[in-house]
Ligand binder design. Structure first.
Ligand code: UD1
Ligand code: CA
Length: 456
């Protein structure tokens, strides 16, 4: 038997965002707002998550995936109407309904769990999570009676001037006895400023019917910020960013300048790693211990081992071993694997290639679609010529090969182990192991030529 089910409201268009994207899919800390809410619901102990979808239902359902069950609200007639859509799905459920909105990305699972516990211990029919806002504009205001009990919630658009002065607001988060919730929802009307079925009216109806309704004040109003506009989205982003950085610092990471460091919520970083300014570490990235990352590094879905030093570098969808030095001005493109102790210098691009242990690419090189062995030295300006205008071809370089400066390796081509390739060569045929491959015009000197030329 389940004790608690979460109902997450995510069907609204988010008109105030002025966006083609459904509001709850806008990202905070590199993750859709709704994802943060799903995680908080799970952390609070919800055994099942029902997500009410409507606007952009397909995209929102895709995001939910197997993390919850979606219920369609065809027309968005208000938060009360949205919850009503889950009635059939919860027909046999006798426990607590935890109602959340998909637009509160800063919600903290542990804090939410505490709220649910307070509701359970109280024996109330319903409990609403409230908070004190310095600027309560846009939120529903909490009306309490002389004894301080929650009496009703009045929406901004329906509030009198006097009510608008109230700083205690509705966070849109509630625990309710489920059968009683649906019983009451059936009696809602939409005679209000917005012509909507307000979920908030359920509380007034419950108190009017003599049921006990609790109001728990959340001490951290940032945590329950509801995002309705792009301005609020940016505010949430800044708060989330600070939260992520503090957590990393508490775990032993040095962040030199939090104001210019952008790290997504799911990124992990090992202790004693130093993050220099102007660094972006995006979703899917993982950094080991004792690294120096930045300045000016952007990594998106890149896994980095221990002891790496990266600066002025952009990497995406690739893997970096331990003790790698790379930068400045390096581009690591998808499906690149750098094995331990690789050194990459300035102005180097690597794409869809594997670079073996201890190999050096010190300057001005393009490596594409290549398998490079270990201990290889690529001279300045070496290029793998991987594209013939129609197809891409691979270049294979054996262990301990030495490739002279300004070499073109015309793929498909293979250079064996322990080879040397003369500087300036354009290699089109395989160079066998331990050979010298040289392919360039022989030099000719014409004595006295300059003098003759000048006197013409
Ligand atoms: C709501 C509350 C308000 C509270 C605020 C907290 C009501 C009537 N008002 O106002 O008291 O202070 O949240 O942030 O409940 N949604 C649907 N279907 C609908 C309408 C909305 O699924 O028909 C979803 C939205 O996608 C959103 C959530 O419900 O995730 C809240 O809707 P929103 O329009 O943002 O409500 P607020 O005006 O912020
Ligand atoms: Ca809202």
């Amino acid at each position: 038997m389940k004790n608690m089910v979460a109902i997450i409201l995510a069907a609204g268009k988010g008109t105030r965002m002025r966006s083609k994207l459904p509001k709850v899919l806008h990202k905070v800390g590199g993750k859709a707002m709704l994802e943060h809410v799903l995680e908080a619901a799970a952390a609070a102990g919800a055994e099942e998550k029902l997500v009410v979808v409507g606007h952009g239902a397909e995209a929102v359902s895709r995001l939910v995936g197997d993390r919850g069950r979606t219920v369609l609200q065809e027309q968005q007639l208000g938060t009360g109407h949205a919850v009503l859509q889950t009635k059939a799905a919860l027909a046999d459920f006798r426990g607590t309904a935890l109602i959340l909105c998909g637009d509160t990305p800063l919600l903290d699972g542990a804090e939410l769990a505490r709220f649910c516990q307070v509701h359970k211990d109280s024996g109330n029919a319903a409990t609403v999570l409230t908070t004190m806002m310095d600027d309560p504009t846009g939120y529903g205001r909490i009306l309490r009676d002389e004894e301080g009990r929650v009496r009703a919630i009045v929406e901004e658009k329906d509030a009198t001037a006097e009510e608008k002065k109230i700083r205690e607001v509705n966070t849109g988060i509630y625990c309710l006895d489920c059968p009683l919730l649906f019983e009451t929802l059936a009696t809602l009307t939409c005679d209000n400023a917005q012509g909507e079925y307000y979920l908030t009216d359920v509380l007034a109806k419950l108190t009017a019917a003599g049921k006990s309704v609790g109001g728990v004040v959340c001490p951290d109003s940032d945590m329950v910020l509801g995002i309705n506009s792009r301005r609020q989205l940016a505010e949430a982003e800044a708060l989330m960013r600070r939260r992520i950085l503090y957590k990393l610092m508490d775990a032993g990471v040095t962040v030199m300048d939090p104001a210019s460091t952008f790290i997504d919520a799911d990124v992990s970083i090992g202790p004693d790693t130093v993050i220099y300014p102007y660094t972006w570490l995006e979703s899917g990235s993982r950094i080991g211990e004792d690294c120096e990352i930045g300045p000016n590094v952007r990594l998106s879905n890149v896994q980095v081992g221990d002891g790496c030093h990266l600066q002025f570098l952009y990497g995406h969808d690739c893997r970096i071993g331990n003790n790698i030095t790379a930068g400045p001005y390096v581009h690591l493109r998808p499906d690149t694997v750098l094995h331990d102790n690789v050194k990459i210098g300035n102005f180097v691009e690597v794409k869809n290639s594997s670079v073996g242990r201890g190999t050096k690419l010190p300057h001005l090189t393009y490596i594409g679609d290549s398998d490079i062995g270990s201990g290889v030295n690529m001279g300045c300006g070496c290029i793998t010529v991987n594209y013939d205008g129609k197809n891409k071809h691979r270049t294979v370089i054996g262990d301990n090969a030495f490739i002279g400066c300004n070499t073109n390796l015309i793929a498909p081509v293979k250079v064996g182990d322990d080879c040397y390739v003369g500087a300036g060569s354009t290699i089109t045929k395989e160079v066998p192991a331990a050979a010298l491959g040289i392919a360039r015009a022989k030099q000719q000197n014409i004595e006295g030529w300059a003098e003759k030329y000048r006197s013409k």
